[in-house]
Write a protein that binds this ligand. Structure first.
Ligand SMILES: [Zn+2]
Length: 140
């Protein structure tokens, strides 16, 4: 049995720092202090610096829930509904949208959130594929 991440260019488990196995986004930081996700080299959205002023870095997946929406019917019939999309303000700055791990969710804006790897349904030769999903946490 093999396992792999669905989007290894966007996130990975931290090798050091943070809790063991905690996920980190592959983002970037500008010399001015602005953080962004995903990493890009076109220019800072705040100050316009580019090239060597932008450096790749890991961003915490810890954050605070801003909004959520339950999708009951998706235009792509291969997407199994319902599922919940959450908008999370990361503690390191960027705001991201991702799927929630659970189907039942009573969270409200301000809820603390953390990303984890969840198995996703994939057909294939016994290979399990994982993708990032957010979960609500009591305190982090
Ligand atoms: Zn900047």
């Amino acid at each position: 049995m093999e396992s792999k991440c669905l989007k290894p260019g966007l996130y990975s488990e931290r090798a050091s720092g943070g809790a063991p196995g905690e996920l980190a986004f592959h983002g970037g930081r500008c010399r001015c202090g602005y953080s962004f996700f995903p990493m890009q080299s076109y220019g800072c959205e705040r100050c316009g610096r580019h090239a060597d002023d932008l450096t790749a870095g890991l961003l915490s997946t810890r954050g605070t829930l801003l909004a959520q929406a339950v999708v009951h019917l998706h235009a792509n019939s291969n997407r199994i509904a319902p599922f919940t999309v959450v908008k999370v303000a990361l503690d390191d700055g960027p705001v991201v949208r991702a799927l929630l791990a659970e189907n039942e969710f009573e969270g409200k804006p301000g809820q603390r959130m953390l990303a984890k790897l969840c198995p996703v349904e994939r057909s294939g030769a016994g290979e399990t594929t994982f993708d990032l999903r957010f979960v609500a946490v009591d305190s982090i």
